[in-house]
Design a binder for this molecule. Structure first.
Ligand code: ZN
Length: 81
């Protein structure tokens, strides 16, 4: 596997959708190539941030309602448009 192929299959790795016959050359390459190791670390960090943000703004409706209803009632609730 070369750097270009690593780039192509990188997201499969994070989605746990990588085939076993891809996984070992992928790991081998990342272990040997600092460029791809860095890319892997960067992508991991990026995905963590995205997931965290998403969990925050796409909070389940039930939770959002609980937060909103626990607020003192005023003319308009903060955060609603
Ligand atoms: Zn590489």
């Amino acid at each position: 596997m070369d750097c270009k192929e690593v780039g192509t299959v990188l997201f499969l790795f994070f989605d746990n959708e990588m085939e076993d016959d891809l996984l070992s050359p992928f790991r081998d390459h990342v272990a040997r190539c600092s460029h791809c190791a860095q890319r892997l670390a960067y992508t991991r960090r990026l995905l963590l941030i995205v997931r965290e943000r998403c969990a925050r703004c796409c909070a389940p409706e039930r939770l959002r309602m609980r937060i909103l209803t626990s607020l003192p009632h005023r003319g308009s609730l903060p955060g609603t448009h």
